[in-house]
Design a protein around this ligand. Structure first.
Ligand code: ARG
Length: 465
């Protein structure tokens, strides 16, 4: 046990004879990480102070001193001259304590009709809101890169896969546009989250509201919130906005990791569908021939970290009684870490994809394997010979077996061989067995025909950029 006679905390130690044990200080302090909230914290204090002046709760002269002092604190932090102190626990008390050093006793009036409980809830909402705006811009940038790639490779044929087995021909552009849709929905999820979270907790005070004649609507609108939160207990207890942000981040991370996994596969020599630039490849310290897709692998892995942040905060929040509990201080690190991880992952994916080279010959060559136009053959039997699809499927299976035995593609199988299985087949069958014919027949809405892909890319520009 630490017997040191630390002095009581200057901010709340009125009834304390001595200060906290060193271990108590360490577990209690959040300043190492919540200093990231300094800009939001000061913006919240400015809005609160201006409102206190307007409502006649704080005098104009004290208010002016507070406002100019806050501006000085902001400059000190931004220029790296501010000394953050663990003894002052968190960003709120570090700012207020410095304000007192700068302007004297008037600083003590800033905390009228406010608590750190509504203050921290406000700060984190503002931070998550700013972060959502940044991530939205980044996702839009990634969509733009993908749309451009889709336009330049709208007609590059490649195998589409199911079960990672060659299934049917698609175009490279079509494949890129699939991700444009996913990232578009991710942006929608972040936008929904932003809309729901954009209410102000400020003025809920510790938990019950305040007896001072504050104007919560004024502070809400000064901070860009749509309205004050309706219930003071909820205002200081709610962290579902952070969970929702982490949920949207987690889903977005699944999309990024799926695309990252495809890049890992596609740049392997066995595929060689794409080549990563030098700027986005790494070498091996022992195998001189290697070009490793480390950024793609890390983008694949960051998902684990982001899911961990969501899971961690879910567990912190479950079962917490209303209103504020110090447990909730554990909300910040997962939110910051997930946001940083997501932002870096999007940047890396955008950089890698913007810089890669597509290898159309390799895409085409991959179509030689796996009989990707077999469905076209079955569809022809249905359309021209009026076979029930199940029978056509069966006959096509037998024809594929023949081609496999002969080691040739469907388009190279002699007509007589096919007629031995389905006698009605005519020379016309070859018109559907080629890859370009297969692709161009997929004209249904959302399908992979080249004209569709070009139109879809143009539409995506309109919808997303
Ligand atoms: N550092 C605290 C947090 O992050 C601020 C709120 C503290 N409130 C309190 N009553 N101890 O949650």
């Amino acid at each position: 046990m630490n017997e040191s006679k630390n002095s009581a905390n200057a901010m709340w130690g009125g009834r304390f004879a001595s200060g906290p044990d060193e271990i108590m200080s360490r577990i209690n302090a959040s300043i190492d990480f919540d200093q990231r909230l300094y800009a939001q914290d000061i913006a919240g204090s400015v809005a609160h102070c201006q409102m206190l002046i307007r409502q006649g709760i704080v005098s104009q002269s004290d208010g002016d001193a507070i406002l100019s002092g806050l501006d000085t604190v902001l400059q000190e932090i931004e220029s790296g001259r501010f000394e953050f102190k663990t003894a002052l626990e968190d960003i709120h008390m570090n700012v207020e304590s410095r304000l007192r050093e700068l302007i004297g006793d008037a600083a003590g009036r800033l905390h009228t009709a406010r608590s750190r409980n509504d203050q921290v809830a406000t700060d984190l909402r503002l931070w998550v809101r700013d972060t959502i705006d940044t991530i939205d811009e980044q996702l839009k940038g990634l969509q733009q890169t993908l749309i451009e790639l889709a336009e330049s490779h709208a007609d590059a044929a490649m195998p589409g896969f199911t079960h990672l087995q060659p299934a049917q021909p698609v175009t490279f552009g079509h494949h890129m546009l699939a991700y444009v849709e996913m990232y578009g929905r991710d942006r929608g999820r972040f936008a929904d989250c932003r809309k729901r979270m954009n209410e102000s907790p400020l003025g809920a005070a510790a938990l019950a509201g305040t007896s001072f004649p504050i104007d919560r609507g004024a502070t809400a609108s000064a901070l860009g919130f749509d309205r004050p939160m309706a219930n003071s207990l909820d205002a200081v207890s709610a962290r579902d906005f952070a969970l929702e942000f982490l949920g949207a981040a987690s889903i977005c991370a699944t999309h990024l990791s799926r695309q990252a996994e495809e890049l890992v596969l596609w740049c392997a020599p066995q595929f060689d569908f794409v080549r990563l630039s030098d700027a986005y490849s790494t070498g091996s310290s022992i195998m001189p021939q290697k070009r490793n897709p480390d950024a793609a692998e890390l983008a694949r892995a960051k998902a684990g970290r982001i899911f961990g942040a969501l899971q961690g905060l879910m567990v912190v929040m479950k079962g917490l009684p209303l209103a504020y509990g110090k447990d909730m201080q554990e909300d910040k690190e997962p939110v910051f870490d997930a946001a940083d991880s997501l932002s870096l992952t999007i940047a890396a994916m955008n950089g890698m994809i913007g810089d890669l080279t597509v290898v159309p010959e390799a895409l085409l060559q991959a179509l030689d394997q796996g009989f990707p136009t077999a469905t076209d053959l079955a569809d022809w039997l249905v359309r021209v010979l009026d076979m029930p699809f199940r029978d056509a499927h069966h006959a096509t299976g037998a024809i594929v077996g023949l081609a496999e035995d002969k080691g040739c593609a469907l388009a190279d199988l002699p007509l007589t061989d096919m007629q031995a299985i389905a006698p009605g087949i005519t020379e016309d069958i070859y018109s559907v067995l080629s890859v370009p014919a297969s692709i161009d027949s997929r004209t249904s809405e959302g399908g992979t025909a080249v004209a569709n892909v070009r139109a879809a890319a143009a539409a995506a520009r309109e919808r997303f950029l």
